[in-house]
Design a protein around this ligand. Structure first.
Ligand code: ZN
Length: 291
């Protein structure tokens, strides 16, 4: 297992972690500049942040600051109520692949979607099996395109509390079932993003990491599960502040040869209330002690 205690070379910052600073939305160029100043060498930007800055401008900045991308967040949201909706989702996902390519990302992270309309407050139906079929079909179609562009797709299983509105793939086992069905040859072009916030509780976590193996372990996201958690979306903890044994899981992933970044991904009103520098310095410190 790699020793992170002396440096933060393998820390990647998911840019949502400091999307707000002192409570104010912060533009991506400022975040990238802050990373560079603090010696953070990798990032995972969100597409809405990329679009606000512009893809070309973002690409220029990434290159000039010599930042690597552990991922782009995010593609997915494959489900819809009709063919037109499915087509729109497919088109948007091809654009996401193109953007990830332009930024030379290690992968495109997929949050696959769930019951259409649920995220907006009213689910169009209760047929989660249908949603899961649409997801498998959507990932399969996108995989054909991603292969041509040489951009690996990382399915991120989300905690079951998001099964209705964000992702109907909620376990590593389910994500890997989809991978096995669509990419039986284990080409390295389809795998999983292991986000500890979503999967730490799973009694099959180690077993499924072992099943995934090197070809399917494409990303490793870290934050912590606070007790109590006061918000389902915006109360993720800083590594070390909660109950997740991140180091143990990192050991499991690295036992298969995973040598990518540990991506800190925290959506938290607590941390968004602070200055970016304070949050980033704490990420660096915790990367050395708790990741
Ligand atoms: Zn994640």
């Amino acid at each position: 297992m790699r020793d992170f205690s002396q440096s933060h070379d393998m820390l990647s910052l998911n840019t949502a972690t400091v999307r707000k600073q002192l409570g104010v939305e912060t533009p991506l160029p400022k975040i990238l500049d802050q990373c560079a100043k603090l010696g953070i060498r990798a990032i995972a930007p969100w597409r809405d942040q990329i679009h606000s800055t512009g893809l070309v401008e973002t690409s220029k900045l990434v290159r000039s600051l010599d930042l690597k991308l552990s991922g782009v967040a995010r593609g997915g949201m494959f489900t819809a109520t009709d063919d037109a909706g499915l087509k729109l989702a497919a088109e948007d996902n091809r654009r996401a692949v193109d953007e990830a390519c332009e930024l030379n990302s290690a992968c495109l992270v997929l949050v696959v979607g769930a019951l259409p309309g649920a995220l907006q407050g009213k689910a169009a139906h209760k047929n989660i099996a249908l949603s899961r079929q649409q997801v498998t079909d959507g990932v399969g179609t996108l995989l054909e395109y991603a292969r041509k562009q040489n951009m690996p797709l990382a399915i991120e299983p989300l905690h079951p509390m998001y099964a209705a509105d964000r992702a109907c793939i909620n376990t590593m086992e389910h994500a890997l079932d989809v991978c096995d069905a669509l990419d039986p040859q284990r080409s390295g072009m389809l795998g999983v993003a292991v986000d500890m916030y979503h999967v730490w509780w799973d009694p099959k976590l180690k077993q499924q990491i072992d099943r995934a193996g090197r070809e399917r372990l494409l990303a490793f996201h870290v934050c912590d599960w606070l007790t109590p958690t006061t918000d389902l979306l915006l109360d993720r903890g800083m590594p070390g502040d909660g109950v997740i044994d991140i180091k143990q899981a990192r050991g499991w992933v690295e036992a298969h040869g995973f040598n990518g970044y540990a991506e800190v991904e925290i959506f938290s009103n607590r941390w968004w209330a602070l200055s970016g520098e304070e949050t980033l310095k704490t990420c660096i410190e915790r990367h050395k002690t708790a990741v």
